[in-house]
Structure formats: C-alpha cells, structure tokens
Design a binder for this molecule. Structure first.
Ligand code: A3P
Length: 321
C-alpha cells in the first residue's frame, strides 16, 4: 500500500488495509469497499465525499459506470441546461473545454480540506452539474435524501468491456506488466473492475429509477445513439427545462445533438491535444463512439459468457441492455 499512494490519509490507509484486494488492471491493486472495487488513488475521494459533501436540492448528478458515455452525457446535460446563457455558437464553452473540465467529478475533485469544489464550476453553478461513478449504495446520504436529481447512463457490457480495456491500457502505470485481454475479461466477469461489478452498478440505479422516476432518469447509450432527439427532449423535461415549441421549430435540439456528437467533439482542437489535471489525455475519451464495436474484438466464448451473465444478473428486473 505504501508504494501505491503516499498521499492517502491515515484513516484511508487503515480502511484500505482491512479491505479485500485483487490485482488491478492498470494499477497494482483494486480494493472492495461496500461491495464495489476501487483503486487506492480514488479511495480518498470516495470516503471524503461520503463524509463531507453537502448536496443542494437543485444539484444534478450525472452517474455512470466508467466507459458508458459519461463524456457525452456531460456535454449534453451542460448544453441543455445552460442553453440560454450559452447559445450554440463558436463561443460555446464546449468549443474550448473538454466536458470533464466543465462538469467536475465528485470522487476525483471533492476535498474536505478546501471548499474549492463548491466554487469551481467554471461556467455555471446553478444548478450544479456534478458527475460520479459511485454506485448507488455508496452515494453520500445527502444525495440520496435530498431532492437533487440523478441521470444515469448505462451501456451494453460487451462494448463497456472493450472500451474499458482500451482505456485502461492507456492508463497503465509504466512499471506494471500488461494484463492479457483474457485475464482482464475474467476479472470483469467476476466484477473486479473499476467501480465494478458492472451489473450490480447498473441494477441498483435501474431499480431506483423505477422506485423514484422523478429522482432518477435511467438512460441507455444505445437508445441515445439511435434516437438522440427523443432523449435530448427527455433530458430537458427531466431536468425541468423542457424545450419550447419555438426552440424545437428553430432546430435547437438538432444543434445540440450536432455540437455534442462524437464526430464534432473528437475533432475539436481541445479534445485532440489537451490533458486533464490527472494527466489523462482528452483524446482518450473519444475512441470510436460506436454501438457494437465488441463484434470485432470479442471471441465467441467471451460473447456467450457476457450474454449469459447479463441474462442471469438482470433476470426478473425488466432491464435489458
Ligand atoms: P468507445 O471506447 O467504445 O469508443 P466515458 O465517457 O464514460 O468514459 O465513455 C467513453 C466512451 O464513450 C468511448 O466509447 C467514447 O468513444 C464514447 N464517447 C465519447 N464521447 C462521445 C460522444 N460525444 N458521443 C458518443 N459517444 C462518445
């Protein structure tokens, strides 16, 4: 543990040392906390936000398991909510900022040591748009109990695995030897992946969206790719900023879709060249942006295994992804 992260507080080190651990994909270890797996460097943020973060009723949380379309959802939600203050033109914030710079991430950016998080919304702090990969069970209680809204984006686990595999290969600490695709596939299936088990993550939010549809909106990446207009409108309604008849007639929904599209965003200079403070290159978030890329990358056995797992895990839930 000492080698992994010297910046961790004593408290976190103590908790981590008592948790089950497994070999990581891109870092030495993953730790199981409240049923889900985390690298040590994200753990401090998880514990700190659980203990100290204060939600406001007007907050909007954008939630996902990694690689389900977080970047796209950030771009869409920001643009929809702030369309009066930031009309779609060449000065729009997305033209010069990566979506992750515009919408902070709770477990990465929040720190109880300074209040900067609460004032670090660079373009608009009302409502506050905040992202997180935290599973429902581990959200700070104030998020569950306040009136704030949650938008969850899910994705087909076959595409998620492939996307995560490529992303983690970029992030792997250079001194670590690489894991084979087969090896990490087994780990993914066992639930040992960033914020995994993937299926439990999705299922928790799915169930909550059925129980409290005004609080949790459950979206699927594939649906949004196929019928973006419907889902942009749905997002507007859910976030209490429905599109007016005039806005629709003027083509605003299509303008938002085009601005936030994979092709447009990937080709913006900021996303071709910039880096996040964590060192991750912006371009790592724009790989293929397609549905079904798994067909070229998974073996028949892997496809069969993931299909069976999804059937098993989602059986009786009404959820199909
Ligand atoms: P692929 O690796 O399959 O291409 P996240 O944002 O949660 O990290 O997810 C990343 C995935 O979303 C990547 O999938 C990425 O290419 C895709 N993506 C990024 N921006 C997108 C956009 N504007 N529209 C659709 N997909 C996008």
């Amino acid at each position: 543990l000492q080698e992994e992260d010297n910046n961790l507080s004593q408290e976190c080190k103590q908790i981590l040392s008592s948790l089950p651990k497994e070999k990581g994909w891109a870092e030495p270890n993953l730790y199981k906390y409240q049923g889900f797996w985390y690298p040590s460097w994200q753990f401090q943020g998880v514990v700190e936000s659980q203990k100290h973060f204060q939600a406001q009723d007007s907050d909007v949380f954008l939630v996902s398991s990694p690689k389900c379309g977080t970047t796209w959802l950030k771009a869409l939600a920001f643009t929809i909510i702030n369309r009066s203050s930031f009309p779609i033109n060449t000065s729009h914030p997305l033209m010069t900022e990566n979506p992750h710079q515009i919408v902070p991430c709770l477990e990465l950016d929040f720190s109880s040591k300074n209040d900067q998080f609460y004032t670090s919304f660079p373009f608009s702090s009302s409502p506050r748009l905040i992202s997180t990969h935290l599973p429902y069970v581990s959200l700070p209680n104030c998020v569950q109990n306040s009136l704030c809204k949650v938008v969850y984006i899910s994705r087909n686990p076959k595409d998620v695995f492939i996307s995560l595999w490529h992303f983690m290969n970029n992030l792997r600490e250079s001194h670590l030897s690489s894991n084979s695709k087969e090896e990490v596939f087994d780990m993914f299936c066992k639930g040992v992946s960033l914020f995994g088990p993937f299926w439990d993550h999705v299922l928790e939010y799915w169930k909550e969206s059925l129980k409290r549809p005004k609080k949790v909106l459950f979206l699927r990446y594939e649906d949004m790719k196929e019928e973006a207009r419907i889902y942009v409108k749905k997002l507007g309604e859910f976030l209490d900023c429905s599109f007016s008849f005039e806005e629709e007639k003027e083509g605003l929904i299509d303008e938002i879709i085009n601005l936030c599209s994979f092709e447009n965003m990937r080709n913006l200079e900021v996303n071709k060249s910039g880096k996040l403070p964590s060192g991750v290159e912006h371009k790592a978030f724009f790989r293929q942006g397609k549905v079904g890329n798994w067909k070229n990358e998974l073996t028949h056995q892997m496809i069969h295994k993931l299909n069976c797992l999804s059937q098993d895990k989602f059986h009786g839930s009404g959820l199909q992804i």
